[in-house]
Write a protein that binds this ligand. Structure first.
Ligand code: UD1
Ligand code: MG
Length: 434
């Protein structure tokens, strides 16, 4: 059966205590709302996102990644609340799935048990030892009677551990019939979507509760929830990659962006962070290395290396305290303490400890090009733009400001001077018997 989806994202998210709209807070690299839309796309061709607070900003963010999403601005002044959010939306299909925009863990698979039911209303519930923050589900004679929001609960109702997870499937006619009947006579003076349940129950409609798991249906209302949801998301991401061939040492200490991709056999040691759309193939990433939007193939990095956006590494070894930014390294060894930015470095080249590409003159960025089999001595500065051809040797401590031709040595050093017995003259003590 075809289903339309409505995603609620018009709320202010007051409990986040943030100028950033709640649904734009990120989880594993992407705004929360992104996950809901992605899930919605896999089940429907008719998706409406309801917006109000900072609508333009949210719409812009969504439109970066998705097409064919309909946006509806809620009449928040007159009809605040989740019920108000669903009012006046034209859906294409007779079945309407309503998702809260603050539930980033919902997957297509987790919705399957709801979508496979047929009822006037199918709703998701779970049991929690600490139900605080959620609407309580009143069940009598194994039938759902009503949903009572926490702020409207009596003391007894607060003890109810069965809560409304916040995902519902309504027959379109049910929404058409009950939305106009909602009232805002409650603690928050809002039109609650959840009040439809009690009215429908009184009219004898068929309401089906489906028990779901918190790990897919957790709602995010505070930054504490955000952190908890991200932990659950990380668990899921790590499990997925471990099952497809990535070895992880102490996985709970590893952070992986939801857009990162691994190919072949990879190893991640403890404390590794992989941000953005990184692609890592057949590589070994050692402890506490940070990778950001980089492409790493058949290489090893770290421990404690930083591989920044736009970097492409192939057949290379990057050691500790080496930072690489927007550079292309193929068959290169850079073992220690270096900054390689806006550089292209070719096969067989060895980058000595303390090598710096001076890529920025305070106004613009410039490129450093280094050919094959170049031996760069320690503590070299390469002042860009500069080109080092193949088979070049650069002496330790050199500041390279001019291009270096194939086969040459570049050296720039102040000649060494020895002043004998200087130490004893200067400090005037410890003079050895001459
Ligand atoms: C809601 C449910 C609660 C449930 C919980 C599950 C209601 C009245 N309560 O509570 O029973 O246990 O979700 O997570 O539905 N929104 C709008 N317009 C508004 C207000 C909210 O679009 O006027 C959106 C928000 O942006 C958010 C979603 O609706 O994405 C839920 O709103 P929120 O305020 O988080 O509701 P909860 O208190 O979590
Ligand atoms: Mg919520």
């Amino acid at each position: 059966m075809s289903t339309s989806v409505i995603i609620l994202a018009a709320g202010q998210g007051t409990r986040m205590k943030s100028a950033l709209p709640k649904v734009l807070h990120k989880i594993s690299g992407l705004p929360m709302i992104h996950y809901s839309i992605k899930t919605a796309e896999s089940i429907s061709d008719d998706i409406t996102v309801v917006l109000f607070h900072q609508a333009e900003r949210i719409e812009k963010e969504i439109s970066k990644n998705f097409e064919n999403i309909k946006f509806k601005i809620q009449d928040h002044a007159n009809y605040p609340g989740t019920g108000g959010a669903v009012m006046g939306i034209e859906t294409l299909h007779d079945r309407v799935l309503v998702l809260n925009g603050d539930m980033p863990l919902v997957t297509p698979e987790s919705l399957e048990p709801l979508l496979s039911q047929e009822g006037d209303i199918v709703m998701s519930v779970f049991d929690l030892p600490d139900p605080s923050g959620y609407g309580r589900v009143v069940v009598e004679n194994s039938e759902v009677q009503a949903i009572v929001e926490e702020k409207d609960c009596t003391r007894e109702q607060k003890e109810i551990k069965t809560v409304n997870a916040g995902v519902y499937i309504f027959k379109k006619e049910v929404l058409d019939r009950y939305l106009p009947k909602l009232s805002n006579e409650n603690a928050q003076a809002e039109y609650y979507l959840t009040d439809i349940i009690e009215m429908a129950r009184e009219d004898g409609l068929h309401i089906i509760p489906v028990w779901v798991e918190e790990k897919a249906f957790k709602g995010v209302n505070s930054r504490y929830d955000l952190a908890h949801a991200e932990e659950m998301m990380q668990k899921r991401i790590r499990e997925r990659w471990m099952r497809s061939g990535v070895t992880m040492h102490l996985p709970s200490t590893i952070y992986i962006d939801s857009r990162a991709v691994f190919h072949g056999e990879c190893t991640l040691e403890n404390g590794v962070t992989i941000h953005g759309e990184s692609i890592i193939s057949d590589s070994y990433i050692k402890s506490h290395t940070v990778v950001e939007d980089a492409d790493i193939k058949n290489s090893s990095c770290g421990p404690m290396a930083r591989i920044r956006p736009g970097t492409i590494l192939e057949d290379s070894q990057i050691g500790n305290f080496v930072e690489v930014k927007k550079s292309r390294l193929k068959g290169v060894k850079a073992g220690h303490l270096s900054y390689l930015g806006d550089a292209r470095i070719d096969e067989g080249t060895n980058v000595g400890a303390g090598t710096i590409t001076c890529n920025y003159d305070g106004v613009r960025k410039y490129e450093t090009r280094i050919g094959k089999n170049v031996f760069i001595g320690s503590d070299t500065q390469l002042v860009a733009p500069v080109t080092i051809e193949d088979d070049v040797m650069i002496a330790a401590g050199t500041t390279v400001t001019k291009d270096v031709k194939k086969g040459s040595l570049a050296i720039s050093r102040t000649p060494q001077k020895i002043v004998e017995r200087f130490f004893y003259r200067f400090f005037g003590k410890g003079k050895p018997d001459a």
